[in-house]
Design a protein around this ligand. Structure first.
Ligand code: PEP
Ligand code: MG
Length: 543
């Protein structure tokens, strides 16, 4: 009988991998030795030097990231430098050593933990995740004070939490990440996803009992980490990791080969990318541009509507790398699980919320037009339910554009939008189907489930088909930017229904381009028609 032990967490980046654990945090790593009174001044100085060393390490990592043109990751890492130099943190460390006699590494970990706990108490999910960044700085400094440097060769990183600098530095050679804490929207998770590293978070303290060098499987698809994995699981994981490695190499090698079906039908494969790290990976894999830049993700911690300059500052580094390629920037889709502190308690979401705050909408349009200069710019409106919303945005946009041009598109991600697609399409330059929300809303699922829910449910397929017909009548292109665009079962059906573009996560671009090359358009078209027809006749709900 198998002796496997599965630890359950939350999937933060997909893929399955097997490897030897490299445990960065261990409960009680530093034995609680009390420093004698005479040595405390020197011990406190040692702790301060360790913080300075950690800050310099982070500066060096940021510099390397900039040289690799990964500017926004560099910016994130640099916030760690500020944290390491934070006077409050330094004074906490001092107190713990001089008053309580803690050793420098213990004091650094404890002071970071106290600061992190304060952030976590602010009851704001995003700030709570910055708490992880402080812990990461504390751990880095503690390692410096203990005379060890954080370097990893290969393996599965196991830690309580990881800051973005840890991921950027350590994950280059790592094959997967398992964290006791952490959240899926933490910066570390964003970096892991853009690097294509399987990652499971929120596993609880049990994950820190894993021994250094122990073989574990990280299953980022199911959100589990398996200790003592059986032979079959190991072989499946090896197969998956090898497939991803080969697929990425092939994707990069074939980035200039068009995404065209066997019978010559072209599909544009674009990337869902909001950061330069994601754009870098997407471009390497042959993305023809950005099909969805989720602008709200860049401001989830905002305490007010972002200013023009703040928006230009974060958009320009991404958009300026696109040259003349397509840049689809979605207007803020705040609300639901993407509510920044200043909007807490506000019910409206997406375009409704923006139309209620018309100055914020105007500022965002100006920022996008300015930052998107030189790209083939498209502005996408989230959570559309009526054509009137689109008309209002177009009116405002026309006063801003001057001589410049930008296309305006509607997200079709609500049943109302799909049912009213003909009217909406007559006011749009393109449509983009958001299968994540559409599936959730049509099938009454919760958002997390909807990411794996069957887009092939006939109730959803009918709405997609209605959208396609409306777009064809209006002679405008249709993109799919929800997760279904990179789902191996849904993707051929979507192509068969006639979608023109698929916009997928950066790490999936090459794989999706390859799938397009492997299908036959006339075959998938017939199969999609048959699915709709059969389900219609049977009156059933699932196909
Ligand atoms: C969608 O709903 O499918 C979509 C792409 O938007 P988001 O996932 O950002 O809600
Ligand atoms: Mg959506």
């Amino acid at each position: 009988m198998s002796d496997e032990l599965a630890l359950h967490g939350v999937s933060a980046a997909p893929g399955v991998t097997v490897g030897r654990a490299v445990v960065l945090d261990r409960i009680g790593t530093y034995p609680a030795v009390t420093v004698s009174l005479t040595e405390r001044v020197e011990e406190a100085a040692r702790a301060r030097r360790a913080l300075e060393a950690a800050a310099s390490e982070l500066e060096r990592i940021a510099e390397e990231l900039r040289l690799e043109r990964r500017g926004d990751e560099a910016d994130i890492v640099e916030t760690g430098v500020l944290m390491a130099m934070d006077p409050e943190l330094i004074s906490r460390v001092d107190t713990l050593i001089t008053d309580l006699g803690l050793r420098a590494p213990d004091a650094l970990l404890e002071a970071a933990e106290q600061t992190a706990a304060e952030l976590a108490r602010l009851e704001n999910a995003m700030l709570a995740q910055r708490a992880d960044d402080v812990r990461s700085v504390g751990r880095r400094a503690a390692a410096c004070a203990a005379g060890a440097s954080q370097s990893v060769t290969e393996g599965i990183l196991v830690a309580a939490t990881l800051g973005p600098a840890d991921v950027a530095q350590l994950a280059r050679k790592a094959s997967g990440i398992a964290l006791a804490g952490g959240g899926v929207t933490a910066h570390a998770a964003i970096v892991a996803r853009s690097l294509g590293l399987p990652m499971v978070v929120s596993l609880g303290a049990g994950v820190l009992e894993i021994e250094d060098g122990e073989e574990v499987v990280v299953d980022g698809d199911r959100g589990i980490v398996v200790r003592r994995p059986g032979a079959e699981r190991v072989s499946v994981a090896r197969g998956d990791a090898e497939r991803r490695r080969v697929a990425r190499e092939t994707a990069v090698a074939r980035r200039l080969v068009p995404a065209q079906t066997k019978d010559g039908h072209r599909i544009r494969v674009l990337a869902n990318a909001s950061t330069t790290a994601e754009l870098h990976e997407a471009t390497q894999q042959g993305a023809e541009g950005v099909g969805l830049l989720r602008s709200e993700l860049l401001f989830l911690e905002a305490s007010a509507w972002p200013s023009l300059q703040q928006q230009v500052d974060v958009l320009r580094p991404v958009l300026s790398r696109l040259g003349g390629r397509t840049a689809t920037v979605r207007l803020f889709d705040f609300g639901g699980d993407k509510t920044p502190p200043f909007l807490r308690g506000v019910r409206a979401r997406g375009i409704d919320l923006l139309l209620e705050s018309s100055e914020a909408l105007r500022t965002q349009l100006v920022a996008i037009v300015e930052a998107g200069a030189g790209t083939e710019l498209r502005i996408l409106v989230p959570m559309v339910t009526t054509s009137g919303q689109l008309k209002s945005v177009r009116e405002m946009l026309s006063t801003i554009l001057g001589g410049r041009s930008a296309e305006l598109g509607a997200m079709i991600e609500t049943p109302e939008a799909a049912l009213g697609a003909a009217e909406i399409a007559s006011h749009a330059d393109f449509l983009s189907i958001g299968t994540n929300d559409l599936t959730q809303l049509v099938l009454s699922l919760d958002r997390e489930q909807s990411r794996t829910a069957p887009v092939t449910d006939i109730r959803v397929l009918r709405l997609i088909d209605a959208t396609m017909r409306a777009a064809r009548a209006a002679r405008i292109p249709v993109d799919v930017c929800g997760e279904a665009a990179s789902d191996p079962r849904a993707m051929p059906i979507l192509v068969g229904l006639g979608v023109d573009e698929l916009s997928v996560a950066a790490a999936r671009v090459g794989q999706v381009r390859q799938w397009v090359r492997e299908i036959d358009f006339s075959t998938v078209r017939k199969e999609s028609e048959k699915l709709l027809h059969q389900a219609g006749q049977a009156g059933g709900e699932c196909v």
